[in-house]
Design a protein. Structure first.
Length: 320
């Protein structure tokens, strides 16, 4: 069983603290057995104050960090670093206990803690969009991407604000056990298996008024027709908008262009077919809307980093 430790520091934000336990305990195997054990610890095993006016008690100290597979750090308020970007001694000592190779994850502004510990130097990362500029100034060696919901850099992963911790934890379940397990966990938690777009949709654009036309019905319509060639003009016509208005409103609502969104949905369809069926690659490509196996392979290598065949060998075996 994969062991996950959640490090609760003084001033921890309760919502983000609870995300790992909720998502990972909802991830179960085909036999109904749990796939993860979630352990919450503090620096010394004593209760810690939250930023919400109550205190939490735990059963473990940071000694458990040396014997787990993943360490997750939720955000604290105020952020536990000084203006020079240095960690409190006890926090630095706790992070130093984590052996090389253990997966380390930050939720929201806990990315400050990883950066101050030097764990993000030269690496891509994200944080809450409101903090992105200050974060980049304080840690210029980090390659900050303020637009995405999370960044997976292998053994170190960072997420954006608050609920993006859900997106990242579901991504970890998907990475460990495939889409079927992650999607089932998402349904149990009544959250979407993945969210379209990134933080840009929350930074730059207000939510359209209820009276405004939405692209949501057209997105639902397109999902039912992924194998078909869908042009921008067809999408705009279905929405009853001009191409220009549709493109602008689509980006406002989703944070992506219609083409980027459509490619992402087709990739997700292809992933599911590769994991859950033995269909030939060319058939998977057609059913996902890529037309040819060559096109699917090109998109898959660009977005996933491996060929469809390698992805299938990895994830279909895990799901059996």
């Amino acid at each position: 069983m994969h062991r996950v430790a959640v490090l609760a520091l003084d001033g921890v934000i309760p919502f983000e603290l609870g995300i790992p336990g909720r998502i990972f305990t909802a991830a179960i195997g085909s036999d109904g057995e749990p796939l993860y054990e979630v352990i919450v610890c503090t620096l010394d095993g004593r209760p810690v104050r939250t930023d919400a006016g109550f205190t939490i008690a735990v059963d473990h100290t940071v000694e458990v960090l040396a014997a787990v597979d993943t360490v997750i750090i939720p955000p604290v308020h105020p952020i536990e670093i000084n203006m020079a970007g240095r960690l409190p001694e006890l926090v630095a000592s706790a992070l130093a206990r984590i052996p090389a190779g253990i997966r380390i994850v930050s939720i929201c502004t806990a990315s400050y803690l990883l950066a101050a510990a030097g764990l993000l130097d030269g690496r891509p990362a994200t944080t809450h969009w409101f903090e992105a500029d200050r974060f980049q100034r304080m840690f210029p060696r980090v390659k900050v991407d303020p637009d995405v919901l999370f960044v997976d850099d292998g053994d170190v992963l960072t997420s954006a604000g608050a609920a993006s911790g859900i997106d990242l934890c579901l991504h970890l379940v998907r990475r460990d056990h495939g889409s079927d397990v992650a999607n089932r966990a998402a349904r149990l938690c009544v959250v979407p298996p993945w969210r379209d777009g990134g933080q840009a949709q929350y930074i730059e654009h207000p939510v359209p008024p209820l009276s405004a036309a939405s692209t949501a019905p057209t997105r639902a319509w397109a999902l039912e027709r992924l194998p078909e060639p869908l042009s921008l003009a067809e999408l705009a016509a279905h929405a009853g908008m001009s191409v220009r208005t549709f493109t602008r409103r689509f980006r406002d609502e989703v944070g992506l262009t219609p083409g980027q969104w459509l490619t992402g949905q087709r990739l997700e369809r292809a992933r599911h077919l590769l994991e859950s069926s033995g269909l030939p690659i060319d058939i998977v490509a057609r059913q996902a809307g890529f037309g040819t196996g060559i096109s699917l392979r090109q998109h898959f290598r660009t977005s996933v980093g491996v060929s469809p065949a390698v992805y299938r060998r990895t994830f279909r075996t895990r799901n059996r």
